[in-house]
Ligand binder design. Sequence first.
Ligand SMILES: C[S@@+](CC[C@H](N)C(=O)[O-])C[C@H]1O[C@@H](n2cnc3c(N)ncnc32)[C@H](O)[C@@H]1O
Length: 241
Amino acid sequence: MNNFLTSLVSMFKYKTKVAKDFAIMQLSPEVKQDIINNFHKLYYDSSVFGGTWRSTSFLGIPIQKAPMEMYMYQEILFDTKPDLIIETGIAYGGGALYLASICELMNHGNVVSIDISDTGNLPKHSRLKYLFGSSVSNEILDQLKKEIIGKKRVMVILDSDHSKKHVLEELKLYCDFVTAGNYLIVEDTNVNGHPVQPDHGPGPMEALEEFLALNKDFESDKSKERLYLTFNPKGYLKRLG
Ligand SMILES: C[S@@+](CC[C@H](N)C(=O)[O-])C[C@H]1O[C@@H](n2cnc3c(N)ncnc32)[C@H](O)[C@@H]1O
């Protein structure tokens, strides 16, 4: 048998074995969701001891995103080619630097990242600009209105204050920046028991649900959750029209 046939047979055998294993484990959608939630809790809660997302960095800069999320962002950026990405919540700048670096690799797009406070020593990148102030203040919104002039494709990522009130305000103020076919990503919809931090209180998920009930221009793109671990369940909103 040539190499190609050998690997085809071996792949077939492996597929059969996995199908059997799944059946033995009774991997129904509920059981599968249970495994995903338990891994999610393990990954998220390890941060309490300084692990996982509290000790993750991109090119040496702390980034508060799960690696699966970063991979998904890269796919979205490549598929939708935004001219401008607006991110609320800079923290140490790892997320902003990551987005700008992907833009650089694609030779397309720029990033504007906003935070209420400057941690100092933020990473620099020719495709990245920082604005300081509250994401919902008139000063910041006026600057963003100037930034989007002439941009055909705009994407927004909300990752600042995770209270329901603030996220809902951001959703209402930022949704019109997002162009058709591009994404409005609501981060950390996982808190308040979805499935982590059950005592958080109403947060991004509750804001998102209220927003989606009234706004039919956006749809949650569940295909962006296919890597199983996401801190943004239901949070990948695609603008339809
Ligand atoms: C989760 S961190 C951002 C993480 C970052 N996007 C990353 O990927 O590494 C949240 C940030 O939001 C900022 N923040 C809180 N309230 C804000 C507001 N009203 N406007 C803008 N930023 C705010 C905090 O100062 C904090 O740095």
